[in-house]
Design a protein around this ligand. Sequence first.
Ligand code: HEC
Length: 106
Amino acid sequence: MSKSLLGIAAVALCLTAAPVLAADKGGGMSDDEVEGLFASTCGFCHQDGGRVAGKGPQLMGTKRSDAFIVNRIKHGKEGYMPAFGQALTDREIKGIVHYIRHLKPD
Ligand code: HEC
């Protein structure tokens, strides 16, 4: 009797815990989220989602390291690109680096 109750409790626990774990695993930003963020924050200069050069250089296919890209986003470049270290969270910057790495031609 108490054993089967324990079983029911265990199943209930699994059912409530599962969605929480699933949400945790996808903790990064969705592709759509990052694409929108890039378009509104960076797209003015890095055109066509960073695929072609505009006021800023093309980012698609960049040979720069993650550290370089993160640094450029956070600190910008005097006279060329504004710094986004205050405007964006680390999570958003990580998402953007991932986005740049996975850019494909339209
Ligand atoms: C006001 C225009 C402008 C905006 C907005 C802008 N950038 Fe830039 N960005 C530039 C320019 C210009 C350069 C080239 C600077 C140089 O000559 O080194 C650059 C360079 C870069 C580089 C380095 C490219 C390389 O290989 O040297 C990265 C990465 C980058 N931008 C990412 C971003 C991201 C991500 C955003 C949005 C969060 C953004 N930029 C917003 C103008 C801009």
